[in-house]
Write a protein that binds this ligand. Structure first.
Ligand SMILES: Cc1ncc(COP(=O)(O)O)c(C=O)c1O
Length: 484
């Protein structure tokens, strides 16, 4: 794997070296079980699926266009698609309470896609694409091929491109759950508008490698991505290593993948048993690295600011969970619990979750919750779960209440969803990341305060003038300058 040919030290083909794209095509043909061999010329390799989201949004959309995405969803996509051309996401809100013909919580259906599409049109949005995550982050859901076909048919009806993110495709750890890649479908409803992503960050636990790929038969799209490739290339030696890795089928099939699935299954079993003991409801799925759990009974009120307080309480107890608002979930109180770690760390994590919950049980949360829960449903709870605008109101409330008073001024805690989902944030004094105001704006604030303050008038420099008369002039001069 560490072998270096001079040629891989040169500028590459921006879509990826041909030796890697050939291996990727073979790899995806096998693991996605495509009916015909996939072609290397339809493969584009970039530095991660995050980058691919940015590049795809920039090529498929015009600035300010929008993309449909069922929520909750992996929150960093919001920033990824906005990066180059301010593309917005329009959420298709999925409710924790099955409604209509739903058979499970957070179920995505053709009708829900259709309703959100119409709503977006009414708002004047130009919807260009749909993003589907399968297996799903954070739900762990694995959609059946019938479901996927119905979502793809919805997209075809409206001439929408579909980005299907299958980054967890090899992390399905229960044999009874079969994952079907859309590349395995005999005839895609709209092949020119269906683009499938995969990467090594999850299935190979190699997020530091920064390797992601997209498969698309759309020549224009592949060419356009090529133009952006120079910003997102993968270093030649890394491409070489990747090719070596994915070509080693013996090791992958007989060692790595079975062992990886076994470990995922065991860690999942441990965590779900613990959640059952704690009487915490959760979605029992068998894909991905996380469990989507309902902790809403620990909220004083069913609001997103209470959800944030619960998140802080976990942080205080030194356990980091991601709360639902980080994934734009419309029902407050859901948390994503990562279970992919060694047993002793999971045990420690569970112990900390328990101590946080015990603290809450000891407080008046449960009492208050029982007496107020019905009323709270009118606030940001069940009654408004289907209403994204209302959820935004609740989020705004969260943002407002997340300000802290410091010596200088009010400093806002950054509570944007993505920073939590991303886990790219620092923790200061048990709070989420505090973004100090820039020096410029601080100077501006001070200047404004000098303008509006009578402090200097009250504390006349004449006091000092007795000792050194020149001080009076200097002070007066400074005072005049500050007031200009
Ligand atoms: C669903 C999903 N897509 C994409 C990514 C980003 O992947 P990458 O590391 O390849 O940028 C993640 C990372 O958590 C993810 O969960």
């Amino acid at each position: 794997m560490l072998h270096i040919e001079p040629s891989i030290l040169q500028y590459p083909n921006w879509k990826g070296h041909s030796f890697l794209r050939e291996e990727v095509a073979k790899f995806l043909s096998d693991y996605c079980r495509s009916p015909k061999p996939l072609k290397p010329e339809n493969v584009v390799v970039m530095n991660g699926c995050g980058s691919l989201f940015s590049a795809l949004a920039a090529t498929l959309c015009d600035p300010e266009d929008a993309i449909l995405i069922p929520s909750p969803f992996y929150g960093a996509i919001t920033e990824d698609v906005a990066l180059y051309s301010s593309v917005k996401l329009h959420h298709v809100p999925l409710s924790s309470q099955p409604t209509g013909s739903d058979v499970r919580p957070f179920q995505l259906t053709f009708e829900k896609l259709e309703n959100s599409y119409k709503e977006a049109k009414k708002e004047g949005l130009n919807i260009k694409a749909l993003i589907l995550l399968n297996p799903h982050n954070p739900l762990g859901e694995v959609y059946s091929s019938e479901e996927m076909i119905s979502f793809l048919q919805f997209a075809k009806m409206h001439e929408l491109h579909v980005i299907v993110d299958e980054i967890y495709m090899l992390s399905v750890f229960n044999e009874t759950d079969t994952f079907r890649s859309v590349l395995s479908l005999d005839g895609l409803p709209d092949p020119q508008r269906t683009h499938v992503m995969w990467g090594v960050s999850k299935d190979f636990a190699m997020s530091g490698m920064r390797v992601g790929m997209v498969y698309s038969v759309n020549r224009d799209l592949v060419q356009a991505l090529d133009q952006l490739g120079f910003l997102h290339g993968v270093p030649g030696p890394t491409q070489y290593q990747m090719a070596q890795l994915i070509r080693d089928r013996d090791w992958l099939n007989s060692e790595f993948l079975p062992e990886n699935r076994r470990r995922l299954r065991e860690a999942h079993r441990f965590m779900t048993e613990e959640l059952k003991k704690l009487d915490i409801p959760f979605l029992h799925r068998s894909a991905g690295f996380f469990i989507w759990a309902d902790l809403s009974k620990y909220l004083k009120e069913k609001t997103f600011s209470e959800e944030m307080s619960l998140w802080r309480c976990f942080l205080k107890h030194k356990v980091l969970l991601s709360c639902g608002q980080a994934f734009s979930c419309v029902s407050p109180g859901w948390f994503r619990i990562i279970f992919t770690d060694q047993l002793h760390k999971l045990q420690l994590g569970v112990q900390r979750i328990k101590s946080a919950l015990e603290e809450l049980k000891g407080s008046s949360v449960f009492e208050t919750q029982r007496t107020t829960s019905d009323k709270q449903d009118d606030n940001c709870g069940t009654a408004r779960r289907e209403d994204t605008k209302t959820t935004d109101e609740c989020k705004n409330q969260t943002l407002k209440t997340s300000s802290v008073q410091t010596k200088l001024d009010t400093v806002h805690i950054k509570t944007e969803p993505v920073s939590l989902a991303d886990e790219n944030f620092t923790v200061m004094n048990g709070q989420s990341n505090i973004r100090p105001e820039s020096l410029d704006s601080l100077i501006g604030t001070l200047r404004q305060q000098i303008h509006s303050s009578d402090w200097l008038d009250k504390h006349k420099p004449e006091l000092a003038a007795g000792q050194d008369p020149t001080q009076l002039d200097v002070f007066t001069d400074l005072l005049d300058k500050a007031r200009k």
